[in-house]
Design a protein around this ligand. Structure first.
Ligand code: ATP
Length: 572
């Protein structure tokens, strides 16, 4: 197919307001595709060059595109820029500026050029390539090429619409399930379309899991209580639910790739995980899934998701990985040594997973136990929440891994976010811990903080705090605390934890936290029968509250009331 014809289809797709019509335009378009074109047509229609898991990005900024248009059209860059500003769209800008006939390039030729632009490194070379491609395009073609380069094709065509069109192309509605299944196993609609056109529906039915092609992830349904889990599943596996970054790891010999929940290639963001996988997993071909979460070496607690997500960065990944190490809680095994495990029951997958994962400090098995008691589930739920985790996930023992689908094979029960801590809490610093890892050079890594108990006139610990201060603030803080250092715990401080350095309860700081939880580690609110209270994901806001005396900190009573105000368990 000529790229001009594809552009005309794009124009039709862009102008229709009916989804049905969209599907029929796509079907017509695909029916004209050759064996060679079909995958490229699918990618381009989705505004991509390759599926996101290949990790190929155009890497062209507005500035570069303006420069390329300016050079191709012989118009000053400032003029292109003001036209772009008034149009607000690079496609319309190109459409207006290109005033020559195209060379009648094929879809394949344009696609190959686009792929070249994406894989070319230097900006100068990129501009030259875009410029020469534009020279061969008519204004309508240039419009869509410019949009694709900017990653803003906006035809409104999604995966489901393509699947529908491919189903029509296959000739029967009955084939939809086969096409969906193939897509769930490889996450590459271009590839599915190609196999369909080249080998027919039989080829699609023969699709197999392959290392290097992420499997679309299985998702969990939600329920409101542990009883409901047992009612639906009976005897089931119950796991801790970690609030991190879901990752699917593919290993083939020395090649290791890591994909996100949205099936983007994230390998470069996790050099530490890659290393751990290489060192610990001896099998040649493996696909596993788990939740990566950053933890605080000082406090042994997990950091909030916001810290983990910061791995999604281009620069300073190694430094960040050192400061914020990760653990991967592995919870599933999908493929091993040529054998597809997705069809096997959960319990078998888990057993194999336990066999292949040796003890190590980075790759851990998700915490799991098997039960048919709602009471036991509730107990575990309270326990994990108290430890700062998000809740639990229950899994049906006999269920396969249902790629790309959300159903009751997995059920999540989470602590409510509605009940989360809306207010800040003022606490007193009663001691500190030396820094480890990146903080070692500072000599301070976390504070031990307490709230005030007027009844006993003591300070009862509620939290270790390791985040919220800049490096400069940590240095200042250490200087100030060293001046009020004590050889032992202050008499008015009630603590089960042993600080590295005890200080006089003098300075008040303000904390935010996700919520108040119960914890056996702290003394605030602790009784003979009940554990104390703790803060989940505490972070300091601001510096020392010079306007507050230690007794002006929040009281134990206030903490108990705030805890009561949090709804106990509800569904998110
Ligand atoms: P979803 O992924 O279901 O669309 P979401 O992105 O909002 O929902 P949650 O509602 O928090 O996430 O719950 C599901 C997620 O929990 C999973 O996608 C996975 O990332 C995470 N998770 C944490 N621990 C586990 C575990 N042990 N087993 C499976 N998933 C887990």
């Amino acid at each position: 197919m000529k790229f001009l014809e594809l552009s005309q289809y794009f124009q039709m797709l862009e102008s229709t307001t009916s989804r049905l019509e969209m599907s029929s335009i796509l079907m017509q378009m695909f029916s004209k595709a050759t064996n060679e074109d079909i995958d490229k047509m699918v990618y381009l229609t989705l505004g991509e060059i390759l599926p996101p898991f290949k990790g190929i990005e155009m890497g062209v900024s507005e500035k570069l595109m303006i420069e390329a248009l300016s050079k191709a059209c012989g118009v000053r860059a400032s003029q292109v820029e003001s036209l772009y500003k008034s149009k607000g769209d690079m496609g319309e800008t190109a459409f207006e500026l290109v005033n020559w006939e195209g060379k009648g390039l094929s879809v394949k030729q344009v696609y190959d050029e686009l792929l070249d632009i994406a894989t070319t490194r230097g900006t100068k070379d990129k501009v030259l390539r875009i410029m020469s491609l534009l020279k061969g395009l008519s204004n309508l073609e240039a419009k869509y090429v410019a949009r694709i380069i900017m990653g803003r094709l906006r035809l409104g065509v999604g995966d489901a619409t393509i699947i529908e069109a491919l189903t029509s192309l296959a000739g029967s509605k009955d084939y939809k399930g086969d096409i969906e299944r193939a897509y769930n196993l490889c996450s590459d609609l271009g590839l599915v379309a190609k196999v369909l056109v080249q080998k027919g529906i039989e080829g699609v039915r023969n699709f197999k899991v392959q290392v290097g092609y992420p499997i679309r992830m299985a998702l969990a349904e939600r329920v409101a209580s542990a009883e409901e889990i047992i009612k639906r599943m009976g005897r089931c596996a119950v796991e801790a639910k970690y609030d991190g970054f879901r990752l699917q790891v593919h290993k083939k010999g020395k090649d290791i790739e890591i994909y996100s929940r949205n099936l983007e290639r994230m390998t470069e963001m996790f050099p530490d995980l890659k290393q751990a996988i290489w060192e610990n997993i001896k099998q040649d071909e493996v696909i596993i899934e788990g939740e990566a979460i950053t933890y605080n070496e000082e406090t042994g607690e997990f950091y909030p998701f916001q810290i983990t997500i910061q791995r999604k960065r281009k620069y300073g990944v190694y430094e960040y990985a050192k400061e914020y190490p990760l653990k991967l809680f592995v919870f599933d095994l999908l493929y091993i040594e040529g054998e597809d495990y997705t069809q096997k029951p959960f319990i078998e997958r888990r057993k194999k997973l336990e066999e292949i994962l040796p003890e190590n400090s980075v790759l851990l098995k998700s915490e799991m136990f098997i039960t048919d008691s709602a009471k036991e589930i509730e107990k575990f739920f309270e326990d994990v929440v108290a430890r700062g985790l998000e809740g639990i996930i229950a899994k049906r023992l006999d269920a396969p891994y249902t790629a790309g689908s959300r159903n009751f094979n997995w059920i999540k029960l989470k602590r409510s976010y509605r009940g989360s801590l809306a207010d800040t809490i003022d606490v007193v610093i009663v001691g500190y811990f030396y820094g480890k890892g990146a903080r070692a050079k500072l000599g301070i890594g976390a504070l031990l903080t307490a709230v005030y108990d007027p009844k006993t006139d003591t300070f009862k610990t509620i939290s270790k705090v390791g985040s919220g201060f800049t490096e400069d603030e940590w240095i200042r803080l250490k200087n100030m605390l060293d001046q009020i250092k004590l050889p032992h715990r202050h008499a008015r401080v009630d603590s089960l934890l042993d600080a590295d350095v005890w200080v006089e309860p003098k300075y008040v700081i303000t904390l935010t936290a996700d919520e108040i939880t119960r914890s056996p580690l702290h003394t605030a609110g602790r009784t003979m029968e009940e554990p104390g209270f703790a803060l989940r994901f505490p972070r300091a806001v601001g510096f020392i509250r010079t306007d507050k005396k230690p007794e002006d900190a929040n009281t134990v009573e206030e903490i108990i009331n705030m805890y009561r105000m949090q709804k106990k368990i509800s569904v998110d």
